[in-house]
Write a protein that binds this ligand. Structure first.
Ligand SMILES: [Fe+2]
Length: 455
């Protein structure tokens, strides 16, 4: 950790202490039944092994039966090779991938390796070793059919509260983790991307983590420069998305199938152009039009800045994207839309165009992973959308979407309460593909022509 990073971390710690004291004083007086936690201390996870050994290992799904293994080495001579097999230390296959690195002003990243392994059997544990050095890891591939359990964690950061959230995630089985943006909170302090990668490795090396970008991934240069690093320099190099597999021209938005195609997950980019005529809009229209709801009863969307939000934090920031794209989602009968950005939990009823609609998606904000900025406490009682908001609470936690079968899924939000993970909100969801009334409306006179949408 350099001197600049140390000073930065000290500043953060001082600010966190001040905020903690103010919040503790306020909430001791205001909350009788549950004292909500202040922002947690940042945890800086070091790499203590040799430079050739892998660090920041995480895996992500690529296509139906492949996984991408990503890791970093300080030693630039390490080959981008993954050996793997179905029993420990008995590697029956190996794959060679690619590597990259990036510069951000005075910072130069380590060697960032990405290796696609497969074809793999579904629902199977594989043991693997990265770069022919260091310890063995293991992962489990997602199932090829329902049921599937998807964990949702947004706005993670790397604090004591993030550690609590991930500990709760790890205590119960799951198949995949979906992150609706804001991962490291490095905010241009690039070593914090490295500490974040080490921080999540324990979880992200075992199950596929699929992410989309948040505003903290943009990392606009903090100082003027004649040759600034491009937006998403760190995020793009470290957390690549399988966008080409879904015909997307950008890693900032893409889609993939889960559970053998029973669940279609579209990851949208709140910080990529989204207006009618944009590449993202055209891709999304094509992507949703290509979903056969008889074969794919569930469609889930993730994005960062929520379209529906009654919290004072980030109020209205998702509105332009909602106005541009909401009709595409509604006409496709998207079942659930998950967002982050607001550091709290909020679940709406089924909504379309600011009104309750039984054929619209359920909107859920799950930006409460535990980052250093703390919670967004100020839900507006008289917000015009308040009657549509079913549950809202400023607490850290995570969510679980268990898609049981073609018609039924269960959503639960787990609040971090000390050492326990407490279910504070849950709902059974019926697939809109199984809703005859909604199916009849789909493609009717009101349906949008995705190529000529004047919204
Ligand atoms: Fe955000």
């Amino acid at each position: 950790m350099g001197t600049g990073t140390a000073r930065y971390v000290l500043l953060l710690a001082a600010r966190a202490l001040l905020v903690s004291a103010l919040l503790a004083a306020f909430f001791t007086a205001a909350a009788a039944e549950y004292v909500r936690p202040p922002p947690g201390r940042i945890i800086l996870t070091e790499h203590t092994e040799p430079a050739a050994h892998p660090q920041q290992v995480h895996v992500s799904a690529v296509g139906a039966n492949h996984m991408r293994v990503s890791w970093v080495t300080d030693d630039k001579r390490v080959p981008s090779v993954v050996e793997y097999g179905r029993s420990s230390r008995n590697y029956t296959a190996s794959a060679t991938g690619e590597h990259t690195s990036y510069r951000y002003f005075l910072y130069t990243s380590g060697k960032i390796h990405h290796v696609k392994i497969g074809p793999l059997e579904p629902g199977t544990v594989y043991y693997y070793r990265c770069g022919m050095a260091g310890r063995e890891f293991s992962l489990r591939t997602p199932p090829a059919a329902l049921p599937i359990e998807l964990v949702l964690v947004g706005d993670l950061g790397q604090t004591e509260w993030t550690a609590s959230t991930l500990a709760h995630v790890g205590k119960a089985d799951h198949d995949m983790v979906l992150v609706p943006g804001d991962l490291s909170y490095a905010d241009a302090q690039q070593p914090l991307w490295d500490t974040f990668g080490r921080f999540v490795q324990r979880h992200a090396s075992r199950r596929p983590w699929m992410a989309t970008q948040g505003n903290h991934e943009v990392e606009a240069p903090p100082i003027p420069s004649s040759s600034p690093p491009p937006p998403f320099a760190a995020y793009g190099a470290r957390w690549p998305a399988p966008h080409e597999e879904s015909g997307s021209p950008s890693s900032l938005y893409y889609s993939f199938e889960a559970a053998g195609g029973a669940v279609h997950v579209a990851m949208l980019g709140s910080y990529a152009p989204f207006g009618a005529g944009s590449d993202q809009y055209r891709w999304l229209a094509r992507d949703l039009a290509g979903v056969d709801r008889r074969a794919t009863p569930w469609v889930v969307v993730l994005l960062h800045a929520p379209w529906y939000n009654t919290n004072a934090a980030h109020q209205g920031e998702g509105e332009a994207m909602r106005e541009a794209m909401e009709r595409l989602l509604f006409d496709a009968r998207v079942d659930v839309v998950f967002a982050g950005h607001v550091h709290a939990y909020e679940r709406f009823t089924r909504v379309y165009n600011n009104e309750a609609n039984p054929c619209g998606p359920v909107y859920i904000t799950i930006g409460d992973g535990g980052n250093r900025e703390g919670l967004a406490f100020d839900f507006e009682k008289n917000h015009k959308l308040a009657p549509l908001s079913v549950t809202r609470e400023a607490s850290f936690g995570h969510g679980r979407l268990r898609v049981v079968n073609a018609t039924t899924a269960h959503w639960a939000w787990h609040r971090n309460a000390d050492a326990e993970s407490v279910v504070r909100d849950e709902i059974w969801l019926d697939s809109l593909a199984a809703n005859a009334a909604c199916r009849q409306q789909q493609g009717g006179p009101a349906a949008v022509d995705p190529w000529n949408d004047e919204l």
